[in-house]
Ligand binder design. Sequence first.
Ligand code: AMP
Ligand code: MG
Length: 409
Amino acid sequence: MAEGKKKPRISREDALELLFALAVSPEAETVPAEDCCGRVLAEDLISPEAVPPFPKSPLDGYALRGEDTADASPGSPVVLRITEEIAAGNAPRKPVLPGEAAKILTGAPIPAGANAVVRFEETQFTAETVTLTAPVRPNTDIVPAGDDLQPGQRFGKRGERITPPTAGMLAAVGRETVRVFRRPRVTVISTGSELTGPGEPLEYGKIRNSSYALLKGYMENAGAEVDTLGIVGDDPDVIAEAMQRALMRSDMVVTTGGVSVGDYDYVLAASEKISARRLFWKVRFRPGGTMLAAEKDGKVILGLSGNPASASLGLHLIGLPFLRALCGQEKKPLARTKARLLTPIKKDSPYGRLVRGRMELADGEVCFRCMDHQGNGALTSLLGCDMIADIPPDTPPLPEGTVIDAYIL
Ligand code: AMP
Ligand code: MG
């Protein structure tokens, strides 16, 4: 269907700005530190203690005083008397005095007096003595206290998504709980009289609802809690009623389908029926830019295309940056990079074009391989898709080797 009167579409930047203005900082909650991966920090993480807490040995060997070995050589070996054995988990019982060494195992504390460790392979030893034929310099092979984290050192920042290393550091400093932002709740409404739910027989002319599972996955990966009110037919009253119910139970509502100007496209009309304020309708990119954003009671209703691939593009470029802000993360658009085409883009792009593809590295360069199938309904075009090429308007067909701009998913 034609776009009607040529009202210019809103830019991606302006669309995001309108949405970001509605993303207030979410409430915080306390969760067990071991269950925090993927959550967004609501506090700065400051180490309360040194990691490691004491100077320790990184290997199995002998802790000694480097100066005792200064003159060691094959012709004049130095023999040190072994005072004790220190295994990981044990505290040293005596200091190392001149002429002495302690047998030490990986992870064990360095005894007082010692200032170096020599690995056992570089010595000759008995139960009582260790013999060196070369000097060991002071400070060799000692991991100082606080080598990894100093007391007071910041290792996480409010608004950052928690990754496994951060979870590991929380454990390393003995934290049992952590303050994170509450996950935003998203309710999806799948509109379309042709849609059939899983498990139902497929009548001729109907299709399965694939967009819901797809979008739910992307939104959950971004940190949201997602569920659905199910499928509703192309009826403005029914869609409006579902929107109203969805708004009551969630922080954001996503609809699929019925958002263009076709005879049975009622999502815009439904949003007007419930007096939602239109933020924008149609963003300047395609496919997928035919989308609606409306606001009701401070909450956003995002109307995406029904086609899985178009809906994903709208979600990635506009929906997910907003959702990440609702999760408490920084308000910022998708990251972009330059990339070299490994496959040509055979069509011209009079209106600009988003092309689904995959990142590959070749000769130290970020490269872009187009997905074979670019149909708006093609779920297969999303398998392994981790980049979206952003081809500007009035671009002719592009040969392999052209450097293009691309979003990184
Ligand atoms: P619409 O956005 O309603 O114009 O739908 C565009 C195309 O996507 C049509 O071919 C629909 O049948 C299809 N479609 C709509 N909703 C879904 C859905 N939830 N899952 C898969 N395809 C859909
Ligand atoms: Mg439809």
